[in-house]
Ligand binder design. Structure first.
Ligand SMILES: Cc1cc2nc3c(=O)[nH]c(=O)nc-3n(C[C@H](O)[C@H](O)[C@H](O)COP(=O)(O)OP(=O)(O)OC[C@H]3O[C@@H](n4cnc5c(N)ncnc54)[C@H](O)[C@@H]3O)c2cc1C
Length: 484
């Protein structure tokens, strides 16, 4: 709490906020504050679960227009109050948490679709729209955003842009930063700006990409224009087993180098393979690595792509074809957080250590992370799969899980254990050619590692932040930037 609740300053700020958005949209009740003090980061969830007080905002504001957002930021600058944008609160890095109090700007009232352009194949929407609502509206017109993440029903387009999120078909259609053409942004000082409304240009650096991934630290994304695609005529998946993880990784990299353009590749490490294959096919394997991949588009072209891909898998890497069942089941369950069914929940401790590297380094990253977690925390389980593939490398979605009996009862000790796992694992990733994160962002969880990743380039980011946000009101203390 920045301003004492019983002070006249607090009432002055409240009345000015009310004048901007209307009293209905200025919330100060305990339930609203609690709901906006916990996102999907394990630490605040655990902290609350153990009866500890989570840092609360002073005000939860629901703006209805870009102009209202601009007025709120001008007010916040005047009073030097932190402002934290909140989308769906599904982020796993603590990025939307009001760690210094101030204003939470819940963007979900700004949920309109402004235009579907059938000629250029773009959609323009307000940033507070839930991704599933946008997708359904596009589907009704025969299109898809092809942004299909597991959190599609609980996260906003603004949140995905702020975290550079990704969906299950990213291997063909890209991450959200590959889908966005232009943005409307309210800068920290309350100016409304638009980035150039073209897909690519050579008219100076690309401001669309500057704000994409900025986690609410450089401004508030209020509107976005994204690519859309016709719904494909055909969609085919297939599952394969390879003799070991190394062979399967080589096969996946080869498929990407072939430029056949798969829509998805999912490769499971040997530990996950055993569970997966047992649950899906009822088969018990001693060793092996399981992969699902697929194609979509015109039926004849998809069939042709699949034919050549199968030749690579079978003739070059001796993959065992398990048919389409495994792939189809995976597609039907694509929004399940973990498929086949497995739920993580408190009092377990768990985290997703996702990172990305080029093909020549990705296996080293995997083994280094696994080693550091299992050697330092023998009580933890470590599993991983590789779910987003690029022409030059792929993403590792690694997980650690502690069972309840291995998580300290004292919440402070639990924080320390959790933090240690992250620090060791992410440093191992960086040391071997990986990065802090691939699609979940940085937030408070990993902010302290940004200087290690960026080295002498970090002051460049800090300089941009300082220039845009002289009073440091926008989401302070996140993404490695200083707090208040
Ligand atoms: C079950 C589950 C499955 C998930 N699966 C995926 C997945 O498949 N792919 C994936 O990428 N992620 C996934 N996530 C993570 C999460 O959904 C993403 O990180 C998503 O981008 C968060 O969006 P949100 O709207 O919930 O944002 P929030 O959590 O509310 O905020 C995230 C960050 O964005 C900032 N922000 C929010 N809105 C704006 C805005 N309009 N302008 C500027 N900054 C803003 C916030 O300040 C914060 O820093 C999953 C999460 C869960 C709980």
């Amino acid at each position: 709490m920045l301003v004492s609740k019983n002070s006249y300053m607090y009432e002055m700020i409240r009345s000015e906020l009310t004048d901007i958005v209307g009293s209905e949209y200025v919330c100060t009740c305990a339930a609203d504050k609690l709901g906006h003090s916990i996102d999907y980061y394990w630490i605040p969830e655990m902290w609350h679960d153990r009866g500890m007080e989570t840092p609360k905002p002073d005000f939860v504001i629901h703006p209805g227009s870009t102009e209202e957002v601009a007025k709120i930021l001008k007010l916040a600058n005047h009073y030097h109050i932190p402002v934290v944008p909140w989308g769906g609160g599904s982020g796993s890095q603590g990025g939307a948490l009001p760690i210094f109090g101030g204003i939470i700007l819940d963007m979900k009232r700004m949920n309109k679709i402004i235009r579907i352009d059938r000629e250029s194949l773009t959609v323009t929407c307000q940033a507070g729209i839930i991704a599933q609502h946008l997708e359904w509206s596009c589907n009704k017109e025969g299109f898809s955003t092809m942004h299909l993440p597991a959190s599609i029903s609980c996260a906003t387009i603004g949140g995905f842009l702020a975290h550079r999120g990704t969906g299950v078909l990213s291997t063909k259609y890209g991450k959200i930063e590959d889908m966005v053409l232009s943005l409307e942004v309210v800068t920290p000082t309350g100016e409304i700006i638009r980035t150039l409304p073209v897909p690519r240009h050579a008219s100076g650096p690309d401001l669309t990409l500057l704000f994409t991934g900025s986690e609410g630290t450089l401004g508030i994304i209020t509107e976005a224009t994204l690519k859309i695609h016709p719904e494909p005529e055909a969609r085919e998946f297939r599952a394969y087993i390879f003799k070991d993880f190394h062979t399967a990784m080589a096969a996946g990299a080869d498929l990407m180098r072939s430029r056949l353009q798969p829509s998805a590749i999912r490769l499971y490490d040997e530990t996950e393979t055993v569970t997966h294959v047992r649950k899906v096919f009822g088969m018990d394997l001693a060793k092996g690595a399981y992969m699902v991949f697929g194609f979509d588009g015109r039926k004849d072209i998809t069939a042709c792509q699949m034919k050549y891909a199968r030749e690579i898998m079978e003739n070059k890497y001796n993959g065992q074809d398990l048919g389409s069942k495994g792939g189809d089941l995976w597609w039907d369950n694509k929004y399940k957080f973990f498929y086949p069914g497995y739920i993580f929940h408190l009092p377990q401790a768990y985290g997703t250590l996702d990172t990305v590297a080029t093909f020549d380094k990705i296996e080293d990253v995997y083994w280094a992370m696994k080693k550091v977690v299992t050697e330092n925390f023998p009580q933890a389980r470590f599993i991983g799969h590789f779910s987003h593939w690029y022409d030059w490398g792929c993403m590792l979605y690694a997980r650690f899980i502690f069972e309840p009996q291995d998580v300290p009862k004292d919440p402070r000790e639990a924080v320390a254990l959790y933090n240690r796992v992250w620090n060791l694992a992410i440093r191992a990733a960086i040391a071997n050619g990986g990065v802090i994160n691939e699609h979940h962002g940085v937030g408070i969880k990993l902010g302290h590692l940004m200087k290690e990743l960026y080295g002498p380039a970090m002051p460049v980011l800090e300089g941009i932040k300082k220039q845009l946000d002289p009073n440091n009101i926008m989401n302070p203390g996140k993404m490695g930037f200083k707090g208040v």
